[in-house]
Design a protein around this ligand. Structure first.
Ligand SMILES: Cc1cc2nc3c(=O)[nH]c(=O)nc-3n(C[C@H](O)[C@H](O)[C@H](O)COP(=O)(O)OP(=O)(O)OC[C@H]3O[C@@H](n4cnc5c(N)ncnc54)[C@H](O)[C@@H]3O)c2cc1C
Ligand code: SF4
Length: 553
């Protein structure tokens, strides 16, 4: 029996699910979009104007953080002591002999808008050179969709979000300019540009979905620097104020927050049918279980929860043991230096500048997979007095106060984010011990930093240090990275797309192999990560393209 109210049910209202729901509504379909997390109200929930804004961080609400478990992480090698995280205030951060999990480890938000509520808002297109890692370098898998096929979708989404960007971005051709003019560089970024130029590296404006001009009923950015704490002005292009607002305005989208997917109910294909079929889902809301029949199911719970949902059903779409495999996490390194002159580094647009110099997969001699460099003080959370007192200025008393006055605003971070390549020791499965409140096993992350990643991290650390030094940093304050901590905001790969169903979970149109009405539209479909590109724009381009292909069949 099918529910005549909806043509499609989308589970997960984050980057991918929101984009899919919007496009379905645009194409005239009636959609139910549901999410396990709560709705956030920018005017009420975000705390940038509160005295305790720094302690508050991103304001998690009831149900807005999922639970994840980790298998024991690897022993650390004394030969890699140069990649250990440390700060002036605290010394070596991870004093264990093993890699540790930093905070929740998997940084995400459950809610209407998903992790985009918390994200910085960097809006990157993939480097086409990073989309054929298997055929060029024998690693990861090739993308079954080309940059040329994605380009019109990138453009549509940049226009919908109001992305502000430079006239061009290296290696990525465009069929039309960015819809909004680039933001001016902050004082700290201009300082970094001077250093980069002294080293012969281009230091560019970073494409950002933060409005440089009022657009679509939203005001322009005021450069408060708080993007990861939740944008109170709604000019950051998080999915709630863009895709979901538009889907709702179409009158064809019903939205349900605080509704958790419990089960996906599949029927075997009818006799002689080539494909299986999803009949219904079971959800829980306000303690009540409900069965919702589905004509189409789009799963978009992110690269940890999506494979979990499939594994909980005994391995839906897992005929070839691909669900949960090929897990990719952010590979990052950040160096923070102190400058002699005040640079007001706590303000300005986060991540306003970037260098693509090392972004191509063959940019580091002897290493496969590149990285990007960007201004990163806001992502490091080194913007308020508490962070400076704890991490940058050791001691106490009068001298401590004096130093605090000169240090706050003079710390500058350069962050590197690099290619993450699959290895057999990195995957997601079900935890054998711990369960969620509904009695179902939690997702368990297995993560391993292999030798090639260590080499890439070392190249990243060399570059961040060199730029800060050339820019005039007079002292080091803190460094941290992936080598000794799992701390990932970008996760991918666990239901990857591909032509060969023995090596992938979904096809190029994001349809689960072996099913006729089941798609996955989130970060889990990435076959490779790119050399540090922020993923949301690509997740959304893939999702919108998938809907177009679905609707036209
Ligand atoms: C601090 C931070 C900074 C970032 N900065 C950037 C950036 O600048 N640019 C960029 O492109 N990306 C950035 N990212 C990454 C980006 O936010 C994610 O890659 C992207 O949101 C992933 O999209 P998704 O659709 O895969 O998952 P998500 O956006 O995480 O959405 C998944 C949704 O599924 C829901 N869900 C999960 N399980 C269930 C269930 N059982 N039932 C119902 N719903 C469920 C969740 O509640 C969630 O809302 C950042 C992330 C963080 C945390
Ligand atoms: S810097 Fe701009 S986009 Fe970011 S939170 Fe402030 S107003 Fe919003």
């Amino acid at each position: 029996m099918t529910d005549s109210r909806y043509d499609a049910v989308v589970v997960g209202a984050g980057a991918g699910g929101a984009a899919a729901a919007w496009r379905l509504c645009q194409r005239g379909w009636r959609v139910l979009l549901l999410d396990a997390g709560p709705a956030f109200d920018a005017a009420v929930d975000y705390g940038l104007d509160r005295p305790d804004w720094e302690r508050l961080g991103f304001p998690h609400k009831r149900g807005s953080l999922g639970q994840t478990r980790f298998a024991p992480l690897q022993e650390l090698d004394p030969d890699n002591a140069d990649l250990r995280s440390w700060s002036l205030g605290q010394g070596i951060s991870n004093r264990e002999s093993r890699r540790a999990v930093s905070g929740p480890g998997y940084h995400h938000v459950r809610g209407i808008g998903g992790s985009t509520l918390h994200f910085v808002g960097e809006s990157h297109r993939m480097n086409p050179a990073s989309m054929s890692m298997r055929s060029r370098f024998g690693v990861a898998a090739d993308w079954p969709v080309s940059y040329a096929e994605l380009e019109p979708y990138y453009l549509q989404i940049e226009r919908l979000l109001g992305v502000a960007g430079p006239t061009e971005v290296r290696d990525r051709w465009r069929s039309a300019p960015y819809p909004q003019p680039a933001h001016p560089l902050s004082k700290a970024s201009r300082q970094l540009a001077r250093g980069a130029s002294a080293l012969g590296l281009a230091w560019d404006v970073n494409p950002r979905c933060a409005l440089s001009r009022p657009f679509d009923g939203r005001p322009s950015c005021n450069y408060c620097g708080g993007c990861t704490l939740g944008c109170p002005r709604r000019d950051k292009g998080s999915a709630d104020v863009t895709f979901i607002a538009k889907a709702r305005a179409s009158g064809r989208c019903d939205l349900q927050s605080d509704t958790t997917l419990l089960r996906i109910i599949a029927a075997d294909g009818k006799a002689g049918a080539a494909a299986s079929h999803i009949e219904a889902i079971e959800v829980i809301r306000d303690g009540q279980r409900e069965r919702i029949p589905t004509q189409r199911l789009i799963l978009a719970c992110g690269a940890i929860e999506t494979p979990r949902m499939l594994l909980l059903e005994g391995g839906l779409g897992n005929a070839h043991d691909q669900v949960g495999r090929h897990f990719l996490e952010s590979v990052g390194w950040t160096s923070i230096g102190r400058f002699q002159t005040p640079l007001m580094s706590f303000g300005g647009l986060p991540a306003d500048s970037i260098s693509w110099h090392y972004n191509r997969p063959d940019a580091i001699p002897g290493v496969v997979g590149g990285f990007r460099l960007s201004a990163a003080i806001h992502e490091s959370d080194m913007i308020g007095a508490i962070a400076h007192a704890q991490r940058a200025v050791p001691g106490f008393g009068r001298e401590h106060k004096r130093q605090m006055r000169s240090v706050v605003g003079s710390t500058v971070a350069v962050g590197a984010v690099g290619e993450s390549l699959p290895n057999p020791q990195s995957w997601v499965d079900l935890d054998p011990n711990d369960r969620d409140p509904h009695g179902r096993p939690l997702a368990r992350i297995h993560s391993y930093v292999d030798g090639m990643t260590v080499q890439r991290l070392r190249a990243m650390a060399r570059a961040t240090r060199a730029i800060l030094k050339a820019s005039g940093a007079v002292a080091w304050v803190e460094e941290y990275g992936t080598y000794d901590y799992f701390s990932s905001a970008h996760v991918f790969g666990t239901c990857r797309m591909g032509v060969d169903r023995r090596q992938s979970v979904v096809d190029a149109d994001l349809r689960v192999h072996g099913f006729d009405n089941f798609h996955i539209c989130d970060a889990s479909v990435f076959p490779s990560s790119g050399g540090g590109e922020a993923p949301s724009l690509t997740i959304q381009a893939l999702a919108v393209r998938a809907v177009d292909r679905m609707v036209s069949v």
